[in-house]
Design a protein around this ligand. Sequence first.
Ligand code: ARG
Length: 565
Amino acid sequence: MDFKKQLSQALNDEIEEMSIEQLEELVEVPPNYDMGDYAFPCFKLAKVFRKSPNIIAQELTQKLEANEYFEKIENKGGYVNFFVNKKLLVEGVLNDAFEKKEKFGSTNVGEGKNVIVEFSSVNIAKPFHIGHIRSTVIGNSLFHIYKFLGFNAISINHLGDYGTQFGKLIVAYKKWGNKEAIEANPIPELLKIYVKFHEEAEKDPELDDQARGWFKKLEDKDEEAYALWKWFREVSLKEFERVYDMLNIKYDSYAGESFYSDKMPEIINILNEKGLLQDSKGAKIVDLESYNMPPALITKSDGSTLYMTRDIAAAKYRKDTYDFYKNIYVVGAQQALHFKQWIKVVELMGYDWAKDCIHVPFGMVSLEEGTMSTRKGRVVFLEDVLKKAVEKTKDIISNKNPNLENKENVAKQVGIGAIMFQELSNNRIKDYTFSWDRTLTFEGETGPYVQYTHARANSVLEKSKINVSSEVDFSLLTNEEAVNLVRLLQSFAQVVLDAMEKNEPSFITRHLVDIAQAFNRFYHNCPILVEDEEVKKARLLLVYCTKNVIKTALGLLGIQAPDKM
Ligand code: ARG
């Protein structure tokens, strides 16, 4: 039911100077429903009619009459406020929701468009730590959101599997490494020798030269260097995949930095041909002074390439391979300059798709006990956080619902869901301090609260033992609690679109909390399994549609919705 269209049509009968489309564009949604479902502002009409907006609004309100679509039309200041017919509203939304089920809220804006979402992009031989949770969880959610909207979404993990640090690691391994220890416990052991390298290199700078030498060898595909590198990568990736499995994250591609090592000469050639490369003490740079940025460093004086060069090569490869509509990078705000620089270089190379490369930044996570430092070994492993959340959830379930089937599995879904939900609750750009306590409380506006609401809806539906249908008397759902809930279901589609446009999953998280709260108010004030069959059927339909929307929305955040908790 398109109330906006109806309203614009009615206005058009009175205001011939403007088209229906022009009128529709002016229609607003008031900040709260006491002021109506829609408001038509008359300020722009003052010039046309040479009257004050208040008078115009008054006159329009007198002429327009309540009809089957609008139960009340009211004038306030320069606005005409429209109150929709609640039965029609509820009927329209619930019929739609019932019919589309888990697709309700989705549109096909993305049809035929490829969107790359690059996220997590952790570094080989380094801890997958709490700082990575942001890119990982935000990126995964964006991936699901794009998919839901019909885009062909592609998830990429741009692994940090290349660069001078591998020279350091090779030196460290050859000096202090122990094969068995590393195989048994890869990341902590590799981290240990990496940390030792930095301590020793402070005393003996010669080690840094050796490291550079070994990285150069790696770039030249030296057999020993390559074999070690490959092994570091394999044992690390196995560890990472365990965490991705816990988070239910799957990648279409793990093409990391090393994947582009043979694709860089081409980039350097193009830069040369376009006259963009300059010499700077043996290094090659692209000068970006006229754009108020430091130069983009393309190759070092020893000829080895850099992080930046690999990003340029990766972007071009992605365009050639996927012909992306958008190429999204979910990477911390500290790298904003890096992204601005290389995207500018791509633009200077003459590629108009530079504008489709989008850096989606987020704020920092710090630790209560001070900043994290991989080199100093001060880290909180993400896997430990997830495991602790699951353990704690298991305790809670054993207390509250000892006979629950599938306890282990539910504890995983709820514990990990709690962490993900909290991560997606705030605007991504905000910094925050990681706290065990806050992460593991299940009170308030949290994932477990929303999941519990879903399970509660499911349990009523199961208990009812009837097949939900949309053949109900919708006038039985026009009370305040029901209508408020229906309105939230109605706006779900718009919230998803906004989340996609702003690359901001927290819009969905917050909407989901609103839905859960509205549902719980409805549930408490409007008993569902009552004698009156008609009332019961109508209320069950609303429960059913709400349950589906909650499940869909949790899915967009990457979170599961257990049927029982
Ligand atoms: N591995 C990098 C880091 O840990 C992040 C990679 C971000 N993605 C990119 N295309 N530069 O800082």
